[in-house]
Design a protein around this ligand. Structure first.
Ligand code: DI6
Ligand code: FE
Length: 404
């Protein structure tokens, strides 16, 4: 198989054990074989016989190269928008008020149910392409706006098809326990029983990579969440949780008990929740877009996460209600500005730790044997990726060894 070589670049490998911040290699060389990295290191250390085998040679023009970005928490497939709810909130209504009065997620459920697969694909493609334009190579997409078998299936099929149609890897998550659909009003336990009927069917159709739930006073209780997780476990599926976003329901500790790959949001995370996550190896996925857009004031406990050694990931939470966002680079900036992450923590949060949040060991860092998903950036140093607001310095993205 022919080898490809990139030189005239610096490479932020993001390797966990690296001595340099960001795993940065100045004046680097990167060798790719097929869809994998074969070698990365200082140009001067590139073995001559390996260099001689490189048939295709790229001058990166001084670019910084990072791993492809990973958006590990999105609700990208949905119908309609919630601009009207945004206006209501600007007049004083709260996100929870709107949810309780039948708006919020329920209005997106109605629009999503009414949309054809073609309409959903058209809307979601625009959002996916905006993410991809900033060097995103892996995107997690949750269901949860269908809330009935046919509609959850429709959304997951659209998500899978987006991955077929684009040079990007899509991981699907079943979030049937996102909200109570109107036909189950006042019957949350019955709806959970329905979720338990949907899950094996969708799983058998190859549509589910993982299972999520929204554990919150406006959504589902810890006991109801546990029923969903038991069902996931019975099918051998990994779990993750929307936990401690608006209140502390003990969701993170519950999810950690099920070996969750991640717990997400976490503004109200307790000390016990964090230590349970640390013991289970769960990643904390922080979502600065939702914090900002809902004008939350309770900050996620970043120092607690650091102290407990819980890996931190950052994601867009792209969704119509709490984070209508399709810029992972903007989230890097907001993670630093709002949550006081360092730019290095933020970049690890959209690469190495985002991969871990999805249970993917083959990406998120640039090292031999890892996927050749990477981005060439028109910046001098990695911190510039988190520093700029609204800029997109991506020059080119390589997905599985091929330019896209
Ligand atoms: N938490 C969120 O931030 C999104 N879902 C969730 O469980 C918001 C979903 C929405 O408002 O449409
Ligand atoms: Fe979310």
């Amino acid at each position: 198989m022919s080898l490809k070589l990139w030189t005239h670049c610096s490479v932020a490998t993001l390797q966990a054990d690296a001595v340099q911040p960001y795993g940065l290699v100045a004046d680097a060389a990167l060798v790719v074989q097929g869809a994998q990295v074969l070698w990365v290191g200082p140009r001067a250390a590139l073995p001559h016989d390996l260099e001689a085998r490189c048939v295709v040679r790229h001058d990166a023009g001084g670019a910084l190269i990072t791993p492809g970005l990973i958006d590990c928490h999105t609700h990208l497939v949905y119908g309609g928008d919630r601009a009207q709810e945004f206006e209501l909130r600007l007049q004083g209504a709260s996100y929870e008020d709107i949810a309780r009065s039948g708006g919020g997620i329920a209005s997106t459920v109605a629009a999503t149910r009414a949309a054809t697969p073609q309409e959903l694909t058209a809307q979601s493609t625009k959002r996916l392409q905006q993410l991809m334009a900033e060097g995103v190579t892996t995107v997690e997409i949750k269901s949860g706006y269908g809330l009935a078998l046919a509609h959850e299936r429709k959304c997951l099929q659209v998500a899978r098809a987006l991955g077929q149609a684009h040079a990007v890897d899509i991981r699907t998550t079943f979030l049937g326990a996102h909200a109570l659909p109107p036909e189950f009003a006042g019957r949350a336990d019955d709806y959970i029983a329905e979720v338990l009927r949907m899950l094996p069917v969708l799983h058998a159709e190859g549509l589910v990579d993982a299972v999520d739930a929204f554990c919150e006073r406006i959504a589902f209780s810890p006991a109801q969440t546990a029923r969903v997780f038991e069902a996931a476990r019975a099918l051998g599926l990994g779990v993750k949780l929307h936990a401690e976003q608006l209140s502390d329901s003990g969701g993170a500790a519950l999810a950690a008990g099920f070996g969750a790959s991640s717990c997400d949001h976490l503004e109200w995370l307790s000390e016990e929740g964090a230590s349970a996550m640390a013991a289970a190896g769960s990643v904390a996925v922080l979502l600065p877009g939702a914090f900002y857009f809902l004008r939350e004031t309770q900050l996620p406990p970043v120092d607690l996460l650091r102290r407990q050694g819980v890996p931190i990931a950052i994601s867009t939470d792209s969704n119509p209600g709490s984070s209508p966002c399709t810029s992972l680079l903007l989230m890097l900036n907001m993670a630093c500005t709002l949550f006081r992450l360092t730019p290095e923590e933020a970049l690890a949060g959209v690469t190495r730790h985002a991969a871990q949040a999805l249970g993917l060991r083959d990406r998120g860092v640039l090292a031999p044997g890892k996927r050749a998903d990477f981005v060439l950036w028109d910046v001098q140093r990695p911190a510039q990726l988190a520093y700029a607001l609204g800029a997109n310095p991506a020059i080119q993205t390589i997905f599985k060894g091929e330019a896209r």
